[in-house]
Ligand binder design. Sequence first.
Ligand SMILES: *Cc1c(COP(=O)(O)O)cnc(C)c1O
Length: 383
Amino acid sequence: MTTIDEFASTKLASLEDKGLRRALKGTDRYDDTAVRRNRREMISFCCNDYLNLSHHPDVIAAAHTATDRYGTGSGGSRLISGNTPLYEFLESGLAAFKGTEAALVFGSGYLTNIGVIPCFAGPEDLIIADELNHACLFAGSRLSGATMLTYKHGDAAACEALLQEHRAKARHCLIITDGLFSMDGDIAPIAALSELAHQFDAWLMVDDAHGLGTVGAGRGSVQACQPPYRVALQMGTLSKSAGAYGGYLCASQAVIDLVTNRARSFVYSTGLPPATLAAAIAAIDIMATETEICFVPLNNAAYFCDKLGLPTPESPIVPLIVGDADTVMTASQGLEERGFLVTGIRPPTVPEDTARLRFTFTVEHSIDDIDRLIDALRDMKLV
Ligand SMILES: *Cc1c(COP(=O)(O)O)cnc(C)c1O
């Protein structure tokens, strides 16, 4: 007989051996880019709060006001009693910002993907996915019961080859990609994938968790395409650039109405707290009206890459691949000692032997902050 604790301990020891055991560390984000960990004050270059809106006075004020007016919790799922009037403001704001007919807000981005994908794919259907898609897109695809095939990262020709070979055997087909890849910072070939979807009678889904607020004048990677392409399912999160929490789907009214009825992670999960919704409304409003801030994170990343002779970035996410898990954790520790929080990213989040430092740049990073980061990296012989 094996007790559950013995089982857990054995699994943990095996992770430890491979340098892959993770642990939570208390992180006090007390200002735009400032963090405190183990009493050490640092500048964070690893938050996804690209516009620093989680600390914006108007966003904070909106959250306070909503809490005073509506309380701290929504009290139920949205189809029962949790649909506060704030949802209507947020969803119409999102649809207008993204240029779609309608939008639906979920509890998180993860819940959006695992809820939406099974609404449009089942056991008779085919899902064709970029191999580096986010974990929750894979989770949603598996839940759907559809056949799932992956193509080489960013390679529309490889996607086409799969469509040619397998499309005819399936009833419906979904092509799924991150818009802006979270661990690599590059943008998917959305125009080419959209053409393929059209040509092969497939539906394209783009996960733009990192694209909102950072590319396409803040409207995202689909909106960055010229000319604009129609993407049937555009999802994203309110937890990154919007500085709040929650996920969303932007799509046609018919699609949104079906998802409202059928997505299990929507129907059977409680509505978001009013403060979170109000913060997201304020954040989207800032993106739409002070659009110039949406260009700053990418400009900061470009300054960093230019000074280091790295390829010109497509987004505010810059990976520096260092190899194995131990090396990246040592590098991350060295940066902490020099006053910079840059988490090491290890498998299984990224493929074997591509452990990396993942830098993210935000509006409030100064040129001086970036110069000091570069000095630290040179000092540690990482660049
Ligand atoms: C963060 C992320 C998600 C999940 O969003 P949450 O709101 O944090 O659950 C989904 N897809 C991608 C690409 C992400 O980076």
